[in-house]
Design a protein around this ligand. Structure first.
Ligand code: GDP
Ligand code: MG
Length: 163
C-alpha cells in the first residue's frame, strides 16, 4: 500500500483547493460557502519519484454540537489510518474555536504525524500571520497558498520527506 496523507480541517479553509493543487487537476469540489464535502476523495499523487495516496476528508456535517460529532466515521477512519495529516487552517481568519476542536479530535484519534498547513498566505506580506498557529501545539507549520500554488511545491517536498 502507498503511504496515506489525509487533508483535515474545518470547512472553508481550502482543503479541496489544496487537494486539487496537489493532484494537478480539479477532482475535489471547491465550495464558495462552508458546506459538506459529501464524498471522501482519494487520489494517487506522484512527486519527486514518490507516490502517496491523498485523502480529502471533508465529511463534516453542517451542524452539530461539536466537531467531534461532526466528523464522519469514514473521515475518522481515514485520519486514523493516515501516515501523515495535513491540518489545514486559514491565515486570514486566525485560530478559531473549530480549529481547536479539530486539534482535539486529532489528539483523540491518535494520529501518527501532523503538519499544520496555514493556507491563504497569498503573498509574503502575509507570512507573519503564520506564527499565530504555533499555539495549536504541533511542531511543523507551513504557510502556503493553495489557490495560487505559492510554496505548495515546498510543502510537497516536506510531505515526501515525512512519509
Ligand atoms: P474546504 O471547505 O476546506 O474544502 O475549502 P475550499 O477548497 O472549498 O475553499 C474554500 C474557499 O477558500 C474557496 O472560495 C477557495 O477559492 C478559497 N481558497 C482556497 N485556497 C485559497 C488560498 O490559498 N487563498 C485564497 N485567497 N483563497 C483560497
Ligand atoms: Mg472541501
Amino acid at each position: 500500500d502507498l503511504p496515506k496523507v489525509a487533508v483535515v480541517g474545518r470547512p472553508n479553509v481550502g482543503k479541496s483547493t489544496l487537494f486539487n493543487r496537489f493532484v494537478g487537476r480539479r477532482v475535489a469540489i471547491v465550495e464558495e460557502m462552508p458546506k459538506v464535502t459529501r464524498d471522501r476523495k482519494e487520489v494517487e499523487v506522484k512527486w519527486s519519484g514518490r507516490s502517496f495516496t491523498l485523502v480529502d476528508t471533508g465529511g463534516w456535517l453542517s451542524s452539530g454540537t461539536s466537531l467531534d460529532d461532526k466528523v464522519s466515521k469514514q473521515s475518522e477512519e481515514a485520519i486514523r489510518s493516515a501516515d501523515l495529516v495535513l491540518f489545514v487552517v486559514d491565515a486570514t481568519v486566525g485560530v478559531t474555536e473549530e480549529d481547536l476542536r479539530v486539534r482535539d479530535m486529532l489528539h483523540k484519534v491518535g494520529v501518527k504525524d501532523v503538519i499544520v498547513v496555514v493556507n491563504k498566505v497569498d503573498s509574503d506580506r502575509q507570512d507573519p500571520l503564520i506564527w499565530e498557529f504555533a499555539s495549536l501545539g504541533f511542531g511543523d507549520i507551513f504557510g502556503v497558498s493553495a489557490l495560487h500554488g505559492r510554496l505548495s511545491g515546498d510543502l510537497l517536498d516536506a510531505v515526501i520527506d515525512r512519509i
